[in-house]
Design a protein around this ligand. Structure first.
Ligand SMILES: NC(=O)c1ccc[n+]([C@@H]2O[C@H](COP(=O)([O-])OP(=O)(O)OC[C@H]3O[C@@H](n4cnc5c(N)ncnc54)[C@H](OP(=O)(O)O)[C@@H]3O)[C@@H](O)[C@H]2O)c1
Length: 351
């Protein structure tokens, strides 16, 4: 699309894990971009590929962002806090994937197929949800709407790309350093020891780390706290009880969750299966099959399988996985923008 005939779209953090997916999705989904304005930290010369061209991604220009019709913020909480309020005030639709505004009661936190009704024409700043919570929020949405979910317990198995490009580079370099790993000469399994790390809190190759974010005074990590608070907001369920253990595992992309949902009343497994099968945005595996982070990687929907009865007649157990970079971030944000277009709220502003 030529400049002048489409929207001016800014992407702050375009050179990151989420940003590069987002730029690719704008092209793949034929979002009406007239001019793409990508930005990075500006610390090194960088560019992004869009419609067959390499477009430079310099450090942020607030003036260039202010004259956009739509800005995606996929950078950091700090950058979002600095840029988003002024952009929204200037009338620019601003969709932020950081955690900075998700729990602000005046700012919609939106997964379109779950709570698109939270969008408001006069709320130009919109938050995208935490990538770990997204799979659960989508998978349990219809069960919650029609039966009521009272309590959720979960353990996550989170991909390294969820911690950004530096963490993924750390996984790959730790993995290469162990490339020759074999059983010992006497046939015993090697003992790797704790290893060293600089980005993640512990070595991640061949490991599992029960810390995602910082620990609070209550012993929960910031990720675990976010999952609980954001799920309550997205489902409009302030009394929902949530207990989470968030774990980083050495998968590349695709967060997985083992979740136990306690419902308001017992349901048969066949009824639960029927509800999950018609939940928007969810693909339910046939009985006996299940998705994995690798099978969900690079794909848009949320996947679930291994539906079972939990410890009580009201509890269901479910395995859920979705691509953290797509439905957990970039795709969700593009879907929000598409929804704004569908409603006729997002169009070219007078230049
Ligand atoms: N990764 C996920 O699965 C996921 C899911 C949901 C939400 N999010 C959120 O999405 C955001 C981006 O995450 P990510 O994983 O893509 O991170 P990332 O791979 O580390 O990329 C960060 C991006 O921000 C840019 N940046 C850094 N400092 C900046 C500054 N001062 N001004 C402007 N740009 C700056 C980086 O530019 P350079 O290339 O120049 O360093 C890069 O483009 C974060 O808020 C994260 O919490 C991530």
């Amino acid at each position: 699309m030529r400049p002048g005939s489409g929207l001016a779209v800014g992407v702050v953090g375009a050179t990151g894990m989420v940003g590069r997916e987002l730029v690719a999705l704008l092209e793949k989904r034929r979002f009406p971009v007239g001019e793409l304005r990508p930005f990075s930290s500006g610390r090194a010369a960088s560019s992004v590929r869009f419609q067959g061209r390499a477009i430079p991604a310099p450090g942020v220009s607030a003036a260039a962002l202010r004259s956009c019709d739509l800005v995606f913020l996929v950078s950091s909480d700090e950058v979002a806090l600095e840029l988003a309020p002024a952009l929204a005030k200037a009338g620019v639709w601003t969709i932020d994937d950081s955690a900075a505004f998700r729990l602000n009661r005046n700012i919609p936190l939106v997964i379109p197929e779950v709570n698109g009704s939270a969008l408001r024409r006069d709320r130009r700043l919109i938050a995208g949800p935490n990538c770990t919570m997204t799979g659960l929020a989508v998978a349990g949405a219809l069960l919650h709407e029609l039966i009521g979910v009272r309590e959720v317990r979960l353990a996550s198995y989170q991909a390294v790309s969820g911690a950004g490009k530096a963490a993924l580079a750390e996984l790959f370099s730790q993995h290469s350093a162990l490339a020759g790993l074999r059983t010992e000469r006497d046939g015993r399994a090697p003992v790797l020891g704790p290893g060293k790390s600089s980005v993640l809190p512990r070595a991640i190759a061949y490991n599992a780390i029960p810390q995602v974010g910082r620990f609070g005074a209550d012993g929960y990590s910031s990720e675990e706290t976010k999952v609980a608070a954001e799920l309550r907001k997205i489902w409009s369920a302030p009394a929902l009880k949530v207990s989470a253990t968030a774990v980083r595992v050495p998968s590349v992309r695709g967060h997985a969750l083992a979740a136990w949902l306690t419902l308001a009343r017992p349901v048969t497994l066949s009824r639960a299966r029927a509800l999950l099968a018609r939940t928007p945005g969810l693909v339910l595996s046939r009985e006996g099959d299940y998705p994995t982070p690798r099978s969900a990687g690079g794909l848009g929907p949320v996947y679930a399988g291994r539906l079972r009865r939990g410890a009580t007649a009201r509890e269901l157990a479910l395995w859920i996985t979705s691509d953290n970079l797509l439905k957990g971030a970039a795709l969700n944000s593009v879907q929000v923008a598409e929804e704004l277009r569908r409603r006729g709220w997002l169009s070219r502003r007078p230049r």
